[in-house]
Design a protein around this ligand. Structure first.
Ligand code: DHB
Ligand code: FE
Length: 280
């Protein structure tokens, strides 16, 4: 059967992708950020996951206000890189795992999570920057990806509790897949950041650290945090952090923290990164 071997959370700031693509990752500004992922790159090279179920949000690239699914799952064979205004990032195309994705979709929907099925879409920085942070700049990504896109860009977003429950259902779905696959679940976005308005540049390190701790130790309390608290404390885009709860729900009750990294700033954003292992 497929095994969920680890959970990874990371911010997905687009400027990180640009820094790598433009050869600036060794600059004084960016080096400390990329250094924070050195351990993770070595770890994942030895873990060798077959598939990453990658929870992220689209930033009006594949979707728009015309159609905005709350939870959507990619069942395609591959995903082209989105053009976010400067041409597509020069990174490999993302290869899907259509069979596992269809199995997950069937199980989630029969488990009463009404996923939107996507058979064709492009993927933006929300998905590609986490791949770059974990794998660097390979010729081809060393994993297949099942993308799960969450609406965090327009009210009403799903609740933290619903995200956590989706993670639990995702765990059931993945673990019932009849092939021995090493699967990781990644949650992306965050941490505190606000990109516009009078509070642009808002960072709340105390909130971010409390979020890390509760995600690891007490997700049942964390899942009850209402949207308004994310907006007030972590800024308007800080609400992306609800996607980490899906990853956490997929890991089961107890987890072991393998690695944590926090860095400010990257662009206008606090960068957070966590690696968790399910514990028996
Ligand atoms: C930025 C965009 C994001 O989607 C994000 O999560 C963080 C930062 C930005 O434009 O700087
Ligand atoms: Fe984002």
């Amino acid at each position: 059967m497929a095994r969920i071997t680890a959970g990874v959370a990371t911010s997905h700031v687009p400027a990180i992708g640009a820094a790598l693509d433009l050869g600036k990752s060794g600059s004084d500004y960016w080096q400390p950020l990329f250094d924070g992922y050195d351990w993770s790159k070595k770890w994942i090279a030895s873990e060798k996951p077959d598939v990453v179920v990658l929870i992220y949000n689209d930033h009006a690239s594949a979707f728009s206000l015309a159609v905005l699914p709350t939870f959507a799952i990619g069942c395609a064979e591959s995903y082209a890189i989105a053009d976010e205004g400067f041409g597509p990032r020069p990174v490999p195309e993302v290869i899907g795992h259509a069979d596992l994705a269809c199995h997950i979709t069937e199980n989630l929907i029969l488990d009463e999570f009404d996923m939107t099925i996507i058979n064709e879409m492009t993927v933006d920085h929300g998905l590609t920057v986490p791949l770059s942070l974990m794998f660097g700049q390979p010729e081809a990504w060393p994993v297949k990806v099942v993308p799960i896109a969450v609406n965090v860009v327009e009210y009403p977003q799903p609740t933290g509790n619903r995200c956590f429950e989706l993670g639990k259902a995702l765990r059931r779905a993945i673990r019932s897949y009849d092939e021995d696959l090493n699967v990781q679940v990644w949650g992306t976005g965050g941490m505190s950041h606000q990109l516009q308005g009078p509070r642009a540049g808002l960072i709340n390190s105390a909130f971010d650290h409390e979020f890390f701790d509760q995600l690891v130790q007490d997700p049942d309390t964390l899942k009850k945090v209402p949207h308004i608290e994310y907006l007030r404390e972590a800024g308007s885009e800080g609400i992306e952090m609800i996607m980490w709860l899906i990853m956490r729900g997929a890991l089961g009750k107890k987890v072991k923290e393998l690695y944590r990294f926090y860095h400010v700033p990257a662009s206008n954003t606090a960068v957070g990164h966590l690696i968790l292992k399910p514990s028996k």
